[in-house]
Write a protein that binds this ligand. Structure first.
Ligand SMILES: Cc1cc2nc3c(=O)[nH]c(=O)nc-3n(C[C@H](O)[C@H](O)[C@H](O)COP(=O)(O)OP(=O)(O)OC[C@H]3O[C@@H](n4cnc5c(N)ncnc54)[C@H](O)[C@@H]3O)c2cc1C
Length: 426
């Protein structure tokens, strides 16, 4: 049977889009290259739903940092020389967007979508009956130097002011190190090293993979179809209209095809002459299972300067972060992993003293990062739409992006302004 919609990619974004469409009565097929759903970037991310971190990574000054990284200077984003040729066009656009005005414009648009989406994820978690027992405690950002703290406060103040324009504005509380340690006692050992902290009560921790598994269950319950081990090789067109995709085995047709292939999304579009300015930015996580006791940390904690996060997830503790521009290079670089463990030691020396690298489950994923830091959501050609490019915000924006695209495709009024995410923007 030819479904109304056919979604390529079963990560957070593809599954959320499918669920939103099925809830609106459409028929949906998902095509996934891997042997199962959500085994790529949605598998072991930092597990934080964080509208407060909606600012794109190409803030003013990022060019200097990236250049420095080539010569070995410490930087939250590293650029590998070998990746330079394939990154050139994207890289230039990425830097061109690093002006204060453009960065703020993207931050505002992202924040609105992220705040809307994080409320929606909570509703969906109830609908999907996800009972992981996690409390919505909020998120704590800690700072070890005054310039990063000041920069983050300034942005937070702006978002609080802007937040008043929408229903659920950003809430934040500024703290000193002692106050942060009062909230999260596991930080007591390092409270004297902190110049400050920001507590965001509306952010929360939640496991993205658990969410994907629950979405799959409900998608199947609602009559959706999921084909795994099936790679979309190219688009099938008829007179300029996309009528489906060719896979290695057969052609699969649908009224509308939606590309949600994460960092791989731009490949399929090339044949149509549609160019999404999107590149992979690699990140790692290290998960220690069964290492939690009564005194273990409870809050997700972000170290903004290092682009790293530590999230307690049930009986596990996950450290995630690093941003490496290296194409789709899957090598595990010790240089990028050791700082993760070191960061855990720097934040929670007591917890970390009994842990070694070999005990952790190592994972890496490729964030689909757009050159202007905003996702691409909408139609790109007759019969073809995209939902991708969510960078470091894909978990947070998943439900909201799914609903946004479903409403756009079905011609229903959108709660959010979808214009900033127009995939055909320059
Ligand atoms: C270290 C790290 C930490 C992160 N932490 C957070 C966080 O705390 N909060 C947050 O909001 N975000 C976080 N993110 C970002 C978030 O994980 C991603 O934005 C999100 O997972 C992207 O989802 P996706 O569905 O677009 O892509 P993916 O999960 O990569 O899914 C794309 C799917 O498409 C499939 N596919 C690709 N090509 C084809 C093809 N041709 N045919 C069929 N199938 C295909 C792939 O196999 C894959 O399953 C983090 C990312 C990383 C790397």
């Amino acid at each position: 049977m030819k479904p109304d919609y056919q979604i390529i990619g079963a990560g957070l974004i593809g599954l959320s889009t499918a669920y939103a469409l099925l809830k609106r009565g459409a028929s949906v097929r998902i095509i996934e290259a891997r042997e199962d759903i959500a085994l790529e970037t949605s598998f072991a991310n930092a597990g934080m739903v964080h509208a407060s971190l909606a600012d794109p990574w190409n803030g003013p000054g990022v060019g200097r940092q990236m250049l420095g990284s080539i010569f070995g200077f410490p930087s939250p984003m590293t650029l590998r020389l070998a990746a330079l040729p394939s990154m050139a066009g994207w890289g230039l656009k990425f830097l061109k967007n690093a002006t204060p005005e453009k960065h703020w414009k993207a931050t505002k648009a992202n924040y609105n979508l992220a705040a809307y989406s994080s409320n929606l994820i909570q509703c969906w978690r109830k609908e999907l009956q996800i009972t992981d027992g996690y409390q919505d405690l909020g998120l704590l950002k800690i700072f070890r130097d005054v310039p990063t703290f000041t920069k983050s406060r300034t942005l937070t103040d702006k978002l609080i002011k802007n937040g008043k324009l929408i229903k659920n504005g950003l809430r934040a509380e500024y703290m000193n190190g002692d106050e942060a340690a009062k909230l999260e006692p596991s930080l007591a050992a390092i409270s004297d090293k902190l110049v400050g902290a920001i507590y965001y009560p509306d952010d929360y921790k939640a496991d993205a993979y658990t969410f994907c598994l629950a979405l799959r269950r409900e998608i199947l319950n609602l009559g959706g179809e999921i084909l795994t081990n099936t790679t979309a090789k190219s688009l099938l067109t008829d007179n300029g209209t996309v009528i489906g995709v060719c896979t290695h085995m057969l052609d699969l047709r649908a009224k509308t095809t939606i590309i949600s292939c994460g960092a791989h999304s731009s490949k399929l579009l090339k044949s149509l002459g549609v160019s999404l300015c999107l590149r992979p930015v690699k990140g790692y996580s290290l998960t220690f299972d069964n290492c939690m006791d009564a005194k273990a940390p409870k809050y997700p904690v972000v170290d903004d300067g290092l682009h790293c996060a530590v999230t307690p997830l049930g009986q596990s503790l996950r450290i995630a972060g690093t941003a490496e521009i290296c194409g789709f290079n899957k090598d595990i670089r010790q240089k990028r992993i050791l700082p993760l463990l070191q960061m855990l030691r720097d934040i929670y020396p007591e917890v970390a003293k009994n842990l070694s690298l070999s005990q952790g489950k190592l994972w890496h994923g490729f964030r689909p990062v757009s050159a202007d830091g905003m996702p691409f959501i909408g139609e790109v050609a007759p019969g073809l739409a995209v939902n991708t490019g969510h960078g470091h915000m894909g978990w947070t924006m998943s439900a909201g992006s799914g609903e946004m695209l479903a409403d756009l495709l079905l011609g229903k009024p959108n709660i959010m302004n979808a214009n900033p995410f127009d995939p055909l923007r320059n």
